[in-house]
Structure formats: C-alpha cells, structure tokens
Design a protein around this ligand. Sequence first.
Ligand code: HDE
Length: 727
Amino acid sequence: MTKPSDTKATNEARQSKAAAARARTDGKQPAEDLEEVQYGNIEVHRGSGGETHQLSEPDREPLTTQQGVPIADDQNTLTAGARGPQLLEDFVMREKIFHFDHERIPERVVHARGFGVRGFFETYDSLADITCADLLQRPGEKTEVFVRFSTVAGNKGSPDLARDVRGFAVKFYTKEGIWDLVGNNIPVFFIQDAIKFPDLIHAAKPEPDRGFPQAQTAHDNFWDFISLMPESMHMVMWIMSDRAIPRSFRFMEGFGVHTFRFVNAKGRSTFVKFHWKPKLGLQSVVWDEAVKLNGADPDFHRRDLWNAIKSGASPEYELGVQLFDDEFADRFEFDVLDATKLIPEEQIPVRPIGRLVLDQTVDNFFAETEQVAFCTQNVVRGIDFTNDPLLQGRNFSYLDTQLKRLGSPNFMHLPVNAPRCPFAHFQQDGHMAFINPKGRANYEPNSWGAEGGPREDPSRGYQTFREQVSGPKRRIRPESFADHYSQARLFYRSQTPTEQLHMVNALVFELSKVDKSAIRERVVASLINVDAQLATQVAEGLGLASLPEPLPPAVEPRDDLPESPALSIIKNGPTRFTGRRVGVLVDDGSDADTLAAIMREANAEGSMVALIAPTREGIHDSAGDLLEIAEKLEGGPSVLFDAVAVVLSQAGARRMCMKFAAREFVTDAHHHFKFVGYDEGGELLLDAAGIGQPRRDDGYVPLAGGGAAATFIAACRELRYWPRQIS
Ligand code: HDE
C-alpha cells in the first residue's frame, strides 16, 4: 500500500504539512520541502499539500524541457509561497501547457478514423514487358510499405464497426520514389465526377444544423442526395451489403477503383485495375453484431490488427491486376473511365503480381498514422493516370488537403512521408524545413559544375504516357457514363440469398431512419430499376402502401449480364478457421480435458482461444489448474468472437444460468448464426437461455467424446451457420 495505514502517523503527517505550509506562507522555507518515502519500488514524493507516486528507477534519463534543461519538479508550478500566485517566469510549466494547447492538427475531412501499420511488398514475377515501374522488375524484390486502413464518414473518435466504406491506402517507398495506391474496400465509387465529392460528403456527414448523426448514413440528407443521384446506386448496393461491416481489416479486399495505366520502357500503355485479396479470405459481421460491437469494443478493428501483428500472425494480401488494352476498353459494356463501374473478374481475371505483408505496428500513432500523407498524384515511372474525371480531381485534392492538415509544403520531410530513395531538388524554405540543401546553387540551369546540384535525367525521369487528346472544352458527362443501374443489378443478383436478405434489411433499417416519406419513396422508386423483388421487399419492410412508379432511368438497365460469383463474400469466405477467435465461456470446475482439446485443435488451425469467466483473476479447471482469463464475462460478450463454446461444470452452469450476461452470451451467438460448441454443463446454460434441443440446429456441436473438439473447430471454418437465418 502506498498510504500510511495507522491514523496516528497520518495525523502527524497532516500536522507537519500544515506547519510546513504555514512556514512557507510566512515566507520561510521549511527544511525538508520534498519528502521522499520508499514503499517497495514506489517512491512517495510528498510536497506541501499533495503527494505523487513514482516508480523508482534510479538510472532513468532525466526529464527535460524541449530545450534540454533537466526538470526537478514536474508536479508543481512555481508559486510565490505555497498558496500564493503562480509565477509567469515558470518556463517549465509554460512550455508544457503551450505545447499541449497545440497538440491537435485538423483531422482528415474524410477517412478521419484510421489505423496505420508497416510492412513490405514482395514482387512475384518481373512485369518488365508491361511496366517499367522499378518495384515490379525483379522477382522476390521487397519494397517497404506503410498502410492505413480507415472508415470514411465518422470522425477520429467514431466506432470501428460503422456501416461504411473502408479505406485501404498503401504507400510504397520504391527505389524510384513514392507510389501511393489510395484505394477502398469497394471497387466502385458513388460519383463519376470529382466536382460532386463535397456534396456527397456533406450529405453523408452529420447534418449541419444539429451536428448528428455521427458515422452513419441512416439519415435524411444522405438518402435525399442518393435518391437524386442515380449514378450512386451501384455503390449503394455495396454499402448496404456486408462489405460495409467487415469482420476486420484482415478479412477484406482492397481496390484501386480507377483504371490506371502501366507504361513499359518502350512507352506502350496497358490499362490496369488494382485489387488486394486477403489471404485469410473474406468475412463480415452481421448488422446486429456490428451495432453491439460498437458498444462492446469501439476499437475492435484496430485492436484486431494490433493483436494479430503483435502475436506474429502478420496479415497478408495479394496484389492482383486486371490488365486490358484499348480494344477491350472499346468493346466493354461500360466506360472504363467511369469509377461507378467495375470489370467483372470473370471477364478479366485478376493476375496476382505480389504479396503485401503487414508485420509491424507503428512506434507512434500520431507521427505515422496521423501524419501520413497519401496523394493519388504520387506515382512512379511506369504507372500513369487515365482521364477518369474522379481520379483527376483527386490528384488536386490530396496534395491540397495535406497542406491544410500538416501546415507546411514540407510535409514530406516527416519520416513517414519521406522517400527512402535519394532525392534532390531546388525546392526550399517554408515552415519546418529541416532537410535543407547545402551549397550555393538553388536554381537550374546553373553553371556551378559539380556543386551545381541535381540535373534532369530524361532516361530515368518520369515520362507521361503520350495520349492523344482533342475536343472542345465543355462541361458534359459522356453518354458512355449514362447506364447507372445495370451493374447495381449485377451486384445484387450475384449475392447469395443470405446476402441479399442482409441488403434488404440494411436498406429497410437505413430508410426507416429517414423522416421524410418522399425521400424513402424516391429511393424505393430508384431500387425498382435495380431489382423489382428487392424494391418490393424494402417497400414491405418500410410499410409503403404501394410500390411507387420507377424513377425513369437514363438508360434501360441490362438484364443479360452474367452473375459474378467474385462479388459475393460468402462464396469467397475462408476455407480454414485460421486467424479467427473462439470465445469459451468457463467457470471454476470446467472440464480440463475438453478445454485442452479445444485449445489443441484451435492452435493446429492457427486460430485463437479466449476464455471468458466471471472473474478476471483466473479460474481453476477440473484438474485444479489456474487458467488465465481473457475477458470478464460482462466485458466479453460473444460479439467479440467468431465462434463460441460453453464448457461448464454442473455447479458452474447453475451459477451461470443466474447471470444475464451468460444467457445473453449464448443467445447473441445464436442470433448471429455462430457455431456453438457445448458440453453437459453448457447444455444447461443453453436450456436456461431458451435454446433448448428443438432450437439447437446443426450449428451446435456437442463437445463430448474423442474428436469432438476437432469437429467443432472444423465446423467453424464456415463463416456462420447461415441456415439458421433463413429458418
Ligand atoms: Fe479520397 N480523400 N477522395 N477517395 N480517400 C481523402 O485526403 C477525395 C476517393 C481515400 O488513410 C482526403 O489525405 C476526393 C476514392 C482514402 O490517409 C481528401 C475524391 C477513393 C483516403 C480526399 C475522393 C478514395 C482518402 C482526406 C473524389 C477510393 C484516406 C484526407 C474525387 C479509390 C487516406 C486526405 C489516408 C482521403 C479527397 C474519392 C480513397 C480530402 C476529392 C474514389 C483511402 O483529399
């Protein structure tokens, strides 16, 4: 304990403090101004009127001011007398408060909530025939990367499981400069022209008069805008799908969205679309789970990535490319410059060209995750833009936004933004310039010879693809961008019935939060163009008296596009339980053999087991061993886990049956279609929670007899027991 326990000593201490305080207000300095008492390894520093505890570590470097002056007292401001006024001369206090006052920089206007990690990209094969991008020339070449995952609409403190697009931004520090591939986890976008971006984001963000709702699109302004912008309908299908509530960053895809160009050494261009494929497969949570996760652990996604990397389970993704030429672009049903369209993988397969391994957490969140500055304009030789009007607008916005956020054109001097290859130029000065050229020449051409600084190099320098362009200047949307519904329909029809149901539910939920019935109706009128059955189900869910007339589409939606299985999560789910977590509800007396078997099988599968119990200090299993607990029951609801098991002694089960949190643990797991393993004690809890034998479907695996744990873990390889949802 850190406080003197007997009253006499305490009183004496008080009296001596009072005497000291009196002495100081009298202007006399007491002999022992700072008393130090040792309690174990905790030093108690007692000054006038207060005490602080410090862990005693004598060899630690001294705390200093920013000027390097060692600080003697970081607890008390300099005052004239113990109870007298503070002194302006206290540079220690003033410097500390001054710096604190300026700690914040503006959060990103979109993608404010993010999580950054480091890693590397490894090239599979040389792509020299297609691109001269240096990082793609040599098989096995490793390039350092920084990746920032994010949500879009919410502010920095918003919860991770908001229904939203996820950013997937990758900074490649190549030997020929920085390449930023600033993508999302959805391959299309809401709008076709950058000029609509501020409107889109204003409509999605909190409404300006009231400042809410935060991090959600379930409000009038968003759906009002959407109902008037038919081009957004394809992306709306994606955000109403489970893609917008991923299980974690480790289980989601990434996309460059726009069509880019690869350019080879001979100046030949190939169109390219970029894809990131998670090696663990695709997985999302269900909506009710997302809502509860936001309360149970608002940092669920960042914690998941942090824990995975810290435990050595580095997430991996493959970078894939869809390559095509002008001839394909001309015959493709849609315009490849239109960011509201994708090219089905069944039409142009995704060719893997390398792997991304995320194996390091950052040292400092602010320095790296907050200050990292992605710019779509950051391309390297061999990678070029197309005339996608969204991409061209982004090329202005990202650089511009960095100046606002980081406050100086020298933001690339920050370590996270600095190239890893040599760089040399004549750009100079500005706020916080700390990488400064030496020598006399700060212009070119110059005649200073070897001291004259860097020179252009046409052979190694960036060459823009020599595209022919012509045409009158106009403000016009091309005719080829006019089909807004065909791919929305393609997406919806490529989903499994389970996923379609989730989309209907999501639309009903979102629209039920819209107050104005005209907006709700207009969205349904637009949905009819996507799929009449979808629109009918949404209308029914909302209680619309009748189906409205469809909104007149600019182009009649196509009915002949073949389904694309690549668009479904369930069809592309994991084949193993690897990288996922099973939560096991236990109490004193839980069967040691059953628990050991679950742990053995889970470990063999590369998955994790977390024990949840009524106390945090640990429980004793049937063999008397003390087991380490990951979560206390009330803080460890089943939404935190991909599958659950209940292993309880009879006495333990009786205790658990009395607890609401324990009953909710299993009922939530049931309603989230999770696989549930249970032993005899577990069965008692299931019964008490209302999940008796008739309700226990094939997603329930009894943990009795040899091989039962293996059967349970094997069952968990499926994402969820989906038949429970339909039944
Ligand atoms: Fe962004 N976007 N965006 N965006 N975006 C930003 O840049 C913008 C778009 C994306 O982790 C901002 O540095 C415009 C598409 C990601 O730091 C800003 C348009 C895609 C990130 C900006 C788009 C994205 C951003 C805010 C329409 C997917 C987070 C802070 C023309 C391909 C990067 C910043 C990070 C961030 C503008 C559309 C992805 C304001 C004008 C399409 C992943 O510059």
